[in-house]
Design a protein around this ligand. Structure first.
Ligand SMILES: Nc1nc2c(ncn2[C@@H]2O[C@H](COP(=O)(O)OP(=O)(O)OP(=O)(O)O)[C@@H](O)[C@H]2O)c(=O)[nH]1
Ligand SMILES: [Zn+2]
Length: 306
């Protein structure tokens, strides 16, 4: 399933784009972009033809987010499946305009590791600022990255995407639509101007899977609706696995240590003091830990940016 719009699902069957509705037998099961589905009815893709989705295949991966982990109401705690069956999460961050936000990248990394999806850091607007600050912050991680700028094309990114199903996430204005248009010239995603507030203008709306014109089956899933990655559904232990540069230290923590700044004897402080990991990574981890219990949104914190 490649797109959904007001209860109408678009499914790719060979070269045909088939419109389908949910069949009643699906019950309350959700169908999300990336799902492999079984269709019955008119699958010709002819104008006006309508098929029905009768079954959803077992998912190989599920990328989730909580709607908003600041919101402690039931609605705010609802866990949503963003995309099914992806094998790579492309975290798109601009190096300037808007400035990179490592807090957001860290959240995405947690979501990727939690879903067992490989992360790829895609740094855009390399013509405006260098990548050293961001790459320095992740120096202890084996994090693959690509740099994109207007004049050098997107060959490195295309190579990293080929043969995979990749989800693109990023704040508004980082240049995601620009990348998608260069990778899939037919996509025609709206490119907007960054607003004076640096927040970017919300120009694109619905998630969609697009096939890249390369020789292996290759998909990118653009998720313009995903503005943040609430992690309330991720356990404290899984959260720590989003910080592979810190996780090793915790074997020396006292039993029951929750690794907060208030935990006496938490081994993470000594680990960072000894120079094994960047102190800002520990602060970021503790902010995320706190955000899950309803404390102020760490993404709003100015210390979030490098
Ligand atoms: N200098 C520079 N500007 C870029 C680059 N890539 C994109 N831009 C500009 O950044 C602005 C935002 O680009 P978009 O592609 O619309 O960003 P987006 O992430 O899709 O934003 P939304 O559509 O709001 O989700 C546009 O004015 C682009 O022309 C780049 O590599 N360098
Ligand atoms: Zn600890």
């Amino acid at each position: 399933m490649v797109a959904v719009d007001r209860g109408r699902y678009t499914c790719q069957v060979g070269d045909a784009s088939v419109t389908a509705m949910r069949a009643r037998e699906l019950g309350r099961k959700s169908v999300v972009v990336g799902d492999r589905v079984a269709l019955v009815g008119d699958v010709s893709g002819a104008p006006g033809a309508l098929a029905r989705i009768v079954r959803i295949a077992e998912r190989t991966s599920v990328l989730r987010r909580t709607a908003d982990d600041d919101d402690t109401t039931t609605e705010g705690r609802i866990e949503r499946v963003v995309v099914a069956n992806a094998d790579q999460l492309v975290i798109v961050s601009s190096l300037a305009d808007p400035p990179p936000r490592t807090g957001f990248i860290d959240r995405c990394l947690v979501a990727a590791y939690d879903a067992d999806i490989d992360p790829l850091l895609c740094l855009t607007k390399a013509d405006l600022a260098g990548p050293d600050a961001v790459l320095g912050y992740y120096a202890e991680l084996d994090l693959p990255h690509v740099l994109c700028r207007p004049d050098t094309g997107v060959d490195d990114l295309r190579d990293a995407l080929t043969g995979r199903i990749s989800v693109l996430v990023g704040h508004s204005g980082v240049g995601k639509s620009t990348l998608v248009n260069r990778l899939v010239p037919d996509a025609d995603r709206a490119v907007g101007a960054v607003s004076a507030a640096g927040k970017g203008r919300h120009t694109s709306t619905s998630a969609v899977a697009l096939q890249l014109p390369v020789d292996k089956p290759t998909w990118i899933i653009d998720t313009p609706g995903v503005r943040s990655f609430g992690l309330a559904h991720v356990s404290a232990e899984s959260l720590l696995h989003g910080f592979p540069d810190l996780v090793e230290a915790t074997v020396d923590c006292p039993p029951g240590c929750e690794h907060t700044a208030d935990d006496p004897g938490c081994a993470l402080d000594a680990w960072v003091a000894a120079g094994h990991a960047d102190e800002r990574r520990l602060r970021s981890y503790r902010r995320l830990l706190a955000s899950r219990s309803g404390d102020p949104d760490p993404e709003a914190s100015p210390t979030d940016a490098v």
